[in-house]
Design a protein around this ligand. Structure first.
Ligand code: FAD
Ligand code: PYC
Length: 417
């Protein structure tokens, strides 16, 4: 009965009574001046605006989004959340984000569907296993949950996986982070958008930033498709489009923009309740709440801004997943897409000041920024509000590329690049 009641109720409201629903956020006119402008209405930009208003009392803020909120990589990613990075700096940053994820639905009063179903990173060679042992040990020393699994233990958690010695790349073991998992990507953007809007932040969609207004080395505002708008502090949170925006400010960042693809299958009954990733065979898979297999690849190796990607990458990834899960060979694929990821040479983000006073960048998250969304917004808001980094993002400043203090996280990146 309960199901029938919710079906009719849903139908009734879907067909008719939704006219009275309140929009989740306001649609204000763009004002000529703000205290802070955030360029980019993805999860990170919206989280930054939310924490600026909530934690720092900076409420005269505009988020300028060239398309619709959360329509960039936030809408295109495969939502894996984990904090099992190798180096202390990144482990602390991602663990900060993971702790925020654990209370995010309550914080935003919006169900972001964070599901801690565990994330497994497979090893297929002796060197993979050495790297896994080193990373899990480092995680445990940092207070981050992690264990090393044998093939038998993997099989107990994921019975459908072929862990026999007869595969082309036999599974020798895995790292496993039980607190990792997945979340609902749209809900994260919508939850932060609603929270920021309620606190007074203006969310301006269909508003593309086309130029920067800079005087005497200091940011004064931006040109947009809706006119000029002024602010003494501007935060740029534009993922794959960051280099284009930096160029408008005369700044050259060490970033490359690559396509990253994913695809989903038809819906099926629950068969996989853990996230399985393999950097070595270039594929990862989870099952969504709708029952689709969500499958992703390594980056396409060429640079580009077309949000599509090349078919041979999908073919390679599908082959790897089918080898791990032979029974998936009969599953039909439903749709495929690509996003443009901003990759830094050490596979770590750049968060902090730029050579232009008052202009800050939060970028370089590459293939792995969704998991950082609340933590990224939290520390970036601190950086903008105080004109100084939060202790957790101090190591991620742009100057690491001149001082040489790189934080190489290629091994923990999760997908190959
Ligand atoms: P976005 O959501 O891209 O937001 C940036 C916004 O800036 C966009 O909405 C864009 O329209 C806007 N913008 C750009 N230029 C301008 C301009 N000139 N004016 C105004 N607005 C502008 N990460 C994980 O942690 N786990 C995963 O499983 C994962 N899977 C991925 C799978 C794929 C296929 C892809 C593509 C990425 C994946 N990522 C994953 C990476 C993750 O999606 C990103 O790191 C993260 O979403 C970046 O968030 P963002 O808010 O910075 O960027
Ligand atoms: O960073 O965990 C990750 C990830 C998974 C898929 C794409 N990125």
């Amino acid at each position: 009965m309960a199901n029938r009641y919710s079906f009719w109720s849903l139908l009734k409201h879907g067909l008719k009574h939704h006219e009275t629903w309140q929009p989740a956020w306001r649609t204000p006119q763009l004002k000529p001046r703000y205290d802070v402008i955030i360029i980019g209405g993805g999860g990170h930009g919206l989280a930054t605006a939310y924490y600026l208003a909530k934690n720092h009392g900076v409420k005269n803020v505009a988020v300028l989004e060239k398309g619709y909120l959360g329509g960039g990589n936030t809408a295109r990613n495969t939502t894996i959340v984990r904090s099992n990075y190798l180096w202390d700096e990144s482990a602390h940053l991602y663990e900060h984000a993971l702790k925020l994820w654990e209370g995010l639905s309550q914080e935003l009063n919006f169900n972001v569907m964070f599901s801690q179903r565990g994330v497994m990173n497979l090893g297929h060679t002796l060197q993979d296993m050495r790297d896994i042992e080193r990373r899990v040990n480092a995680n445990v020393l940092n207070g981050i949950d992690g264990v090393i699994l044998s093939p038998k233990e993997i099989q107990d958690i994921v019975p459908l996986m072929d862990v026999s010695a007869s595969t082309r790349f036999p599974v020798m073991g895995a790292s496993y982070q039980p607190r990792g998992g997945v979340a609902r990507h749209d809900a994260v953007a919508w939850g932060f958008a609603r929270g920021a809007s309620e606190l007074g932040v203006d969310l301006i969609e269909q508003c593309e930033v086309t130029g920067m207004i800079i005087e005497d080395g200091r940011i004064k505002g931006v040109h947009t498709t809706q006119g000029d708008v002024f602010a003494d502090r501007v935060g740029c949170v534009a993922a794959g489009s960051t280099s284009t925006l930096a160029k408008m400010a005369g700044v050259r960042l060490p970033l490359e923009s690559h396509p990253l693809q994913a695809f989903v299958s038809e819906s099926m009954k629950p068969c996989l309740d853990t996230v399985v990733m393999s950097n070595a065979v270039h594929g990862y898979v989870s099952q969504s709440d709708k029952g689709e297999l969500v499958i992703g690849a390594g980056i396409d190796s060429y640079l580009g801004y077309g949000q599509r990607g090349s078919p041979h990458v999908i073919e390679h990834t599908a082959a790897a997943i089918i080898e791990l899960f032979p029974s998936f060979s009969r599953v039909r694929l439903n749709r495929q897409w690509g996003g443009i990821v901003d990759v830094a040479p050490d596979a770590c983000p750049i968060i902090g000041k730029s050579p232009v006073k008052g202009l800050y960048f939060n970028c370089g998250w590459g293939t792995g920024g969704f998991k950082a969304t609340p933590g990224s917004g939290h520390v970036f808001a601190h950086t903008i509000a105080n004109d100084a980094p939060h202790p957790l993002n101090a190591a991620f400043a742009l100057d690491r590329f001149s001082t040489g203090h790189l934080i190489d996280e290629h091994g923990a990146a999760g997908v190959a690049h």
